[in-house]
Design a protein around this ligand. Structure first.
Ligand SMILES: [Zn+2]
Length: 469
């Protein structure tokens, strides 16, 4: 007698990534050997063993991933898309003057010297560097001048991000000048959010992005927060990298920065505060109670001499339940290097090897960043139904062999150099170590010319103790 029961028809898939070692970052933290992921459209259709999925899916394209590790895309919680990428490396380690003088002589003129073309180029360069090192999503620190050009560059590269012109609103002058500046800043925030809405799954969308520190009047903080609440967005701002911010708030507001923001009613799970190196016990409790996200940029903190090894309270904040994501700030964009740095930093500072285990910092670089973006239901793990943001790491490289422990290796031994292929929203944007969406050769030629021209226009000296012939 023959079996007349209908057989399950094969399910169609656009791509089947087959045979990989998969670090899923799912709630059980499964690591699957000889695994497979099926992609349909912009979402993951299934994750499992290769032998199971190959019997279920008929894919238009199958990627033989037997020599690769597959991870979710990393999330950069704070990166400067313009200002820094085309001029990085030009500033010497030490320049005379306090923080404000350094900003006014070395930083702000560089940022303001960018043309619209420069910012378009800068955004593409930043996106290519992130994608090529396994970062598929980011929160911008704030476009300096030309948001439309930046969005166009990012759209071309195919990365996922939250962007916005950086906003201050505090000006020197009389009350009328201050009122005008606040009105203009609020209008800009409202227009950007309307122009680049986050609805319908947009990869690039606008958030209210504030410079933070002491630059934003209370009206700007409250406007940004209400715009975010009404439109399901987030707000990003710098705060307390150095002691200067707490000192300013204590002098001008009578309390510390996070206490002031709490009194304004702007803390919450849709607020990302970057740095937060100098923070009190009460501020940490306010951050934890409100669900406010903290973005830690270890390389920037170390190079900027923020005092993070002396004053940083990240292990305590984490123990209190604060969501801590990671960022690169203005120093390159390889988030995998920041992950390794965080894993090491506080072990040494506290003489305690139990602090920030490898798996926890990996989650900071992926899941916590997704949560800070308000997208933890969409990205950050390889699970059926999630957005198809995936990274293939080539294991046949000197830094990857021998591979004996997947999570330890990702944190302690590997970095973004091994990223071979990347998908964002189901679209492959890196293949065989090259971006498929941007002409990299042309990009690098233009970036070199633009960077030299910006430094020349600003008139900054090339400071080097070594003779350049
Ligand atoms: Zn920054």
């Amino acid at each position: 007698m023959t079996d007349t029961r209908p057989t399950e028809p094969a399910r169609p898939a656009d791509t089947l990534i087959s045979g990989a070692l998969i670090v899923t970052m799912d709630p059980a933290r499964r690591v699957i050997t000889d695994g497979a992921v099926a992609i349909c459209g912009n979402r993951i259709a299934a994750v499992g063993k290769r032998t199971e999925l190959e019997g279920v899916f008929t894919a238009r394209r199958t990627v033989d991933a037997r020599r690769f590790m597959l991870t979710p895309g990393f999330v950069n919680g704070h990166v400067h898309i313009t200002g820094d990428p085309l001029t990085r490396g030009s500033m010497p380690d030490h320049v005379d003057g306090d923080f404000a003088e350094v900003l006014s002589r070395w930083v702000i003129p560089r940022f303001l010297a960018h043309t619209e073309d420069d910012e378009h180029l800068s955004a593409r360069l930043a996106a290519v560097q992130m994608l090529r090192t396994g970062t598929t999503s980011f929160i911008e620190a704030g476009t300096i001048r030309f948001l439309d050009a930046v969005v166009a560059g990012l759209e071309q590269a195919g990365i996922r991000g939250r962007v916005g012109c950086w906003v201050e609103g505090r000006v020197a002058g009389d009350r009328a000048a201050q009122t005008t500046a606040i009105d203009e800043a609020i209008r800009m925030l409202e227009q950007e959010v309307a122009r680049y809405p986050a609805s319908s799954g947009a990869r690039i969308a606008a958030w209210p992005i504030l410079i933070g520190h002491s630059t934003n009047p209370d009206e700007i903080w409250k406007c940004a927060k209400s715009l975010a609440d009404a439109n399901h967005l987030g707000v990003s701002a710098h705060m307390s990298p150095a002691a200067a911010d707490p000192e300013w708030y204590l002098k001008n507001a009578g309390c510390r920065p996070v206490e002031h923001l709490a009194a304004l009613g702007v803390l919450g799970s849709n607020l990302c505060l970057t740095h937060v190196v100098h923070v009190s016990d009460r501020e940490m409790q306010l951050l934890a109670d409100s669900g406010t996200n903290v973005i830690f940029c270890p390389s920037a903190a170390l190079k900027g001499a923020f005092g993070v090894t002396v004053s940083g309270r990240y292990p305590e904040m984490r123990a209190m339940g604060v969501n801590i994501g990671l960022g690169t700030d203005g120093f390159g964009s390889d988030l995998m290097r920041e992950v390794g740095c965080v894993a090491a930093l506080f072990k040494d500072v506290r003489r305690d090897t139990e602090i920030f285990p490898a798996g926890d910092v990996l989650a900071m670089g992926i899941l916590n960043g997704a949560r800070a973006m308000g997208l933890s239901h969409e990205i950050g793990s390889l699970e059926a139904g999630r957005k198809a943001d995936l990274v293939l790491h080539d294991l046949d490289r000197p830094e990857w062999r021998p591979l004996l422990n997947a999570v330890n290796h990702l944190v302690w031994c590997a970095d973004g150099r091994g990223v071979h292929s990347v998908w964002v929203d189901g679209r492959q944007v890196v293949d065989d170590f090259r971006c498929t969406t941007v002409d990299e050769e042309e990009l690098y030629v233009r970036a070199q010319h633009a960077g030299e021209a910006i430094i020349k226009r600003v008139g900054l000296p090339q400071v080097s103790g070594w003779p350049v012939e």
